[in-house]
Design a protein around this ligand. Sequence first.
Ligand code: NAD
Ligand code: LMR
Length: 328
Amino acid sequence: MAQAPVNVTVTGAAGQIGYALLFRIASGQLLGANTPVKLRLLEIPQAVKAAEGTAMELDDCAFPLLQGIDITDDAKKAFDGTNVALLVGARPRAKGMERGDLLAANGGIFKPQGEAINAGAADDVRVLVVGNPANTNALIAQAHAPDVPAERFTAMTRLDHNRALSQLSAKLGVAVTDIKKLTIWGNHSATQYPDLFNAEVNGKVAAEQVEQEWLREDFIPTVAKRGAAIIEARGASSAASAANAAIDHIYDWVNGTPEGDWTSAAVVSDGSYGVPEGLISSFPVVSRNGRYEIVQGLEIDAFSRERIDASVKELTEERDAVKQLGLI
Ligand code: NAD
Ligand code: LMR
């Protein structure tokens, strides 16, 4: 029997990440080569026409797996029956703008979207927030979807994870596939902590294969500030690499992570590693039976502890700020 199509909602569909993402979803890279998809594109009214243009191009690809495209500016319609919700639409950070400034600008978008997911999404809905500040936007959406299990709300740190893999592979002259168990902890921001102490390269501790000065002064800031460096260079925030990371995040969530490895995702904390319960923070995660689970029992040395705590403190401050704005 032919498989039923999976409903995939993409917000901010006419934006630059949307443009890099939609064709990959429709070609089968999000869910697998045998899974048909129906796309729902959510945009603000002024950008619906541009989304229609992208939909025309999707049609022109004649993707065998694409079974329909709906375009709307109504969040309720966009999330009705949705199985996978990619919340990309937000205001990107412009040159010189602090991420904190984005909280108020973006917070209002994610409350109604959380409510719409709560009202109409499919029972198995999985939500990935890409739009910044991603962790806190995910927290806002989750707070307004009390009937959806909290674990279904995640935020994207897979791009940071992939950036860290790439930097380390270049440093050591190894393949990215030789690196395992790398972790991004905390917030998708400059305070994030890419952890090489629990990571392995060809079975040996990664942190012991690089100079400590490189780790502290080069690797960590390069990964943590990569988003800003790309904005500086392109004049716009990362798009194709962000879309690629979103594909990786959902593909692994649905299909599982490989044995002997883990990945990074911002998920609702259960109090693991001293991260306050309820915060959406990045952790080492495995995906088993369609669920992301936090990897337990890792040793956290004093150096790592300090950095994880700093990023979690920032998340706590963001949470307190949106609480004050009445957004959660
Ligand atoms: P963009 O400006 O090109 O596109 C954003 C789109 O969202 C626009 O088309 C806009 O009309 C739409 N939009 C705005 N409000 C909306 C709403 N309420 N409902 C539906 N659509 C809405 O931006 P982009 O480059 O595609 O980036 C999108 C977001 O992703 C930004 O917040 C950016 O900072 C973030 N981002 C996150 C990561 C990550 O790793 N988590 C990486 C890169 C970018
Ligand atoms: C990125 O990491 O590339 C983006 O989150 C940067 C940004 O602020 O849009």
